[in-house]
Design a protein around this ligand. Structure first.
Ligand SMILES: CC(C)(COP(=O)(O)OP(=O)(O)OC[C@H]1O[C@@H](n2cnc3c(N)ncnc32)[C@H](O)[C@@H]1OP(=O)(O)O)[C@@H](O)C(=O)NCCC(=O)NCCS
Length: 252
């Protein structure tokens, strides 16, 4: 991996500081690879190659680099001190890639495709304790969607980057509009993407027959998204559903 990537990077039309930072990660990852568990030995080089491809090919219209660097850093962290040089090199690389490829600002809800479904499932792997306890994995949500005729799901994009996932119960017969699953991948949290995704969802639900309210429920305690929902204008209804606090946003 190292030789090929360093060769590719040598000829790429990118800033010199970025080239050096990518080469540093390539070298550190190559040194770490033998210590990683087998599945990570397979995934890590592929993920890093994709990062290099995104950094060097301006024509690519989907960017996974922040998620993939997050997952590589997680795998490295699990190796303790041995993984630290990779974590540190990634830490130096991220702002340079942000400057080169960003900014990602405009938030959109997009259908999931054959090309993106695997990546959307991997977004769940970025979530850390305690926040990961408040949402099912995207893979489980997509499996459930397969068995529910009212499930409506979308990937959340910020610019070229798939940053999250949402799924609602979209039932115009009852009518009921219920935010069932919602997550923003860890590297993208705290940038206002969650808030913008709720705005896009509200715009969508307002177009649906009989839509007067959007409901959501969430667990309480450390890492709970309740505060987030209150900030978006949801108000507790006083009901508890399956141990979760129910909140409502009035749409009309
Ligand atoms: C909840 C979640 C989607 C928020 O996404 P995000 O992109 O980080 O949110 P934003 O950056 O748009 O934050 C908007 C505001 O909410 C606050 N906020 C976001 N997540 C919060 C949390 N878990 N607890 C308290 N406040 C939170 C932010 O600080 C910000 O406040 P500000 O406007 O005063 O600056 C994200 O934290 C997440 O995926 N959590 C794990 C899964 C989860 O809980 N999903 C909901 C299932 S019901």
């Amino acid at each position: 991996m190292e030789e090929t990537l360093i060769g590719r990077l040598a000829g790429a039309d990118i800033p010199e500081t970025l080239r050096l930072a990518l080469q540093e990660v390539a070298r550190e990852v190559a040194l770490l690879l033998p210590s990683l568990p087998t599945v990570q030995q397979r995934r890590t080089p592929r993920r890093f190659e994709r990062v290099v491809t995104e950094a060097t090919d301006p024509a690519l219209d989907t960017h996974w680099w922040e998620v993939y660097l997050d997952l590589i850093a997680k795998a490295a962290s699990e190796q303790g001190a041995t993984g630290q040089p990779v974590v540190a090199a990634i830490h130096r690389l991220c702002p340079l890639l942000q400057a080169h490829l960003g900014p990602y600002t405009e938030v959109r809800l997009e259908p999931i495709t054959d090309d993106t479904v695997w990546g959307i499932c991997q977004l769940s792997d970025t979530l850390t304790e305690p926040r990961k306890n408040f949402v099912a994995t995207n893979a489980v949500s997509l499996a459930q969607a397969h068995f529910n005729k009212h499930a409506w799901f979308r990937a959340i994009y910020a610019g070229k980057a798939p940053v999250g996932f949402m799924m609602i119960v979209d039932d115009p017969e009852t009518p009921e509009y219920f935010l069932w699953r919602f997550m923003i991948a860890a590297p993208y949290q705290g940038r206002g993407y969650g808030s913008q995704a709720i705005q896009r969802l509200v715009e969508y639900v307002k177009t649906r027959p009989g839509a007067r309210e959007l409901l959501v429920s969430c667990g309480e305690g450390e890492g709970s998204p309740k505060e987030f929902y209150l900030k978006q204008g949801f108000v507790p209804t006083g009901e508890v559903d399956d141990g979760e606090t129910v909140l409502r946003m009035t749409l009309v």
